[in-house]
Design a protein around this ligand. Sequence first.
Ligand SMILES: [Zn+2]
Length: 387
Amino acid sequence: MKPQNKFQAQVVEASRTLPQVTKEQVNWGYENGIDHIGHRTEKGVITCTKCGHSWQGAGYLVTTLTDCDCPNCKAKLKVETTKKRMFNNRYYMTIITTHKGYQVLRSVMLFYSAKIGEATKYDYSEVMQRWIAPGGKHCTLAKLRQTMGNCYIDSWIYHTDIELRSESTNNKFYINVYDKIHTSVIYPQQQLIPELKRTGIKKRNFNQKPFDVYKALLKNSRMETLLKSGQLSLFKSFLNDAYRKVDNYWASIRICIRNGYKIKDATLWFDYIDYLRFFGKDLHNAKYVCPSDLHREHDRYMHKKAKADAQKEIEKLREKEEAFRQAKAKFFGLTFSDGLIQVRVLESIEEILLEGKLMHHYAQYMVMRSHLDNTQNINPIYSKRYA
Ligand SMILES: [Zn+2]
């Protein structure tokens, strides 16, 4: 597609001078990005599909359950006992580099084709480049993909050129296809633009795609603050959960940072802050936001909240007393008994609440509520007592 704005035009211009992927990079990928198969015959002869070396292996269980290294080339092999003699596979590798002030992530596809008795063939094709500007804006250059008649999002058409592509989610998968491409192995020599170097991220990616980590850091200076202040649990949790907004908690996070209070379990702490918010506590006060025993304080407020919720529930029910009386009146006075258990319809909200208290369980209220909510469908509520 043609550049739609100045930013895209600048990236396309910069991409013209991006050097080719080097032989070293590709060879590193062949060595480290491919799972080589150890082909095992029924008689236990193993052939390394990397170097072609064959040897008599140990028994089936030993070679399939333990790691198997080729005695000749030392490659770690995945042993398969099969009559199949051809093995083809493809793997991604990612190269993290910079060019003309942009952070660039290059996806290279590695091909591996092994046939027993022949030398293994390797090949590669660079399929995608993601260009990120220091402000966090990005665009994607890629080869064309085959979109008809198959269910893979990444059926690259290898002879096409890497060009600027639209990242619309208007496809049959309703996703940004380029976001879904695996990062897989990362070439160890990485380059970062100064704006990322400064954050101290280095090679860490916290089990996320480097692309997502870089974008989060470049777009939101608060992520950089979290990383630098060592609030890694918070950092990871904002990376994982795009719906949770840093801004909603920032005032309290700043208090924690200022007080040198490390949040070890972000999910628990968020929960706790939400309780404090509910009860109108001061979210700028270290006394509240930096508890010495987070678990204990969290549980205390959790119980407090459950009580408050139950009370609200009761008040709602009281308001519905009249509707309840009308709906259930025809059952009032009704009792059943089989001599052992006596069943009787509860006749007022007060009675149901009392019953609920006797049962020591809020579930009782919930059952009752569902009856009230659906007065068309009249299910009398019974009190079961041993006669
Ligand atoms: Zn080998």
